[in-house]
Ligand binder design. Structure first.
Ligand SMILES: C[S@@+](CC[C@H](N)C(=O)[O-])C[C@H]1O[C@@H](n2cnc3c(N)ncnc32)[C@H](O)[C@@H]1O
Length: 328
């Protein structure tokens, strides 16, 4: 059914995008944009990123969190989370510190990435202690880690049979409401492979939601520069054809058999964050270039797609529709 899982020439550069994302999250966390007691275990780099980057990551992390929180409230924790292309993301540990608990938390990425994540977890008591309870046991291989309700596994998302096999190892329950997270991941996957994955999810899960954060409006001068910068680093945006507009971002889910989908650009997502929270982070750093942040926000989006009826009323409340940001 699937093309064989072979290493593509670009894979190394795609894997390296996780180092970038993790460094950026670490930079923003150190400055106080949001609280994350765990990212520092995975990233030692202390480099300070530009204010626009820090603010962009703040909106990204908040946007994804808002969707996850709505889902957890709706399901009352009777659900699963599957983090596709998880990188060094720390949501599992951050959630453990809240009242929200889930039945199963599964993280998937290339084995090169999960091997590094496994290695860090294995050597860190704080990370490990939140994976096993008193009598729970943690099973480890170089690339995979299985706790009672946390599973981290190396897999190529382009190979659906392999994904299916791995999810079974993680004791997936296809009947339980499930939220998939894909934070800057699908854009690196060739369109046909991505369609196969989305169709497969739609065929297997009764009730599911996918939160996709990635590029949009990739048809102008700004996006040309973004694409050529990435290409210079050996990384092509293989799935960019789905990132041309909010429309292409949502329609691909419907074409793959999902019940519905909605998308917002990051200008709208930023404006949906509570004013007090926005004012707090806007005081952390002055922006060098407000125009750059606006362009960044216009070229990224949050997409929510669903199977079944559970999330059809998903809405983010945009305070005021503005074409520009109210930047100090
Ligand atoms: C930009 S990073 C984002 C990491 C994480 N989601 C975050 O936001 O912090 C993209 C991640 O997707 C993973 N990825 C891309 N294509 C993949 C594939 N075909 N199979 C597994 N993982 C993949 C990369 O290895 C990388 O860790």
């Amino acid at each position: 059914m699937e093309p064989p899982s072979t290493f593509h020439p670009c894979d190394e550069a795609v894997i390296a995008t996780n180092d970038d994302a993790s460094d950026c999250k670490r930079s923003a966390v150190r400055l106080g944009y949001w609280k994350d007691d765990y990212i520092g275990f995975f990233v030692r780099n202390q480099e300070r990123k530009a204010p626009e980057i820090n603010r962009g990551y703040f909106a990204r992390v908040k946007g994804v969190e808002m969707c996850v929180e709505k889902f957890l409230k709706k399901t009352n924790g009777n659900c699963q989370i599957i983090n596709l292309g998880c990188g060094f993301d720390t949501m599992y540990w951050r959630l453990r510190d809240t009242a929200h608990q889930v039945k199963n938390f599964i993280e998937l990425d290339f084995p090169t990435v999960t091997a590094k994540k496994c290695y860090t977890i294995k050597r860190n008591k704080v990370l490990l202690s939140k994976i096993h309870d008193e009598d729970g046991e943690v099973k480890l291989s170089p690339t995979d880690l299985h706790g009672p309700s946390y599973h981290l596994m190396g897999v190529d998302l382009r190979n659906v049979d392999e994904v299916d096999h791995k999810l079974q190892q993680a004791e997936i329950d296809y009947t339980l409401p499930t939220i998939f997270l894909a934070e800057c991941v699908l854009v690196y996957i060739e369109a046909q492979n991505c369609r196969n994955l989305l169709k497969w999810i739609a065929s297997k899960f009764q009730t599911a939601v996918l939160v996709n954060y990635e590029q949009v409006n990739m048809n102008d001068r700004f996006s040309d520069v973004m694409v050529s910068n990435l290409r210079a680093r050996g990384c092509s945006l293989a799935g960019v054809e789905s990132c041309l507009s909010l429309d292409t971002q949502t329609s691909r889910f419907i074409d793959c058999g999902w019940t519905g989908s909605r998308a917002w650009d990051m200008v709208q997502v930023y404006q949906s964050i509570t004013p007090s929270e926005r004012h707090r982070i806007e005081r952390i750093e002055m922006l060098d270039e407000g125009e750059l942040l606006l362009q960044l926000f216009q070229h990224y989006c949050l997409v929510v797609a669903w199977i079944g009826e559970l999330f059809q009323d998903i809405e983010i409340t945009v305070e005021k529709q503005m074409s520009t940001l109210n930047i100090d």
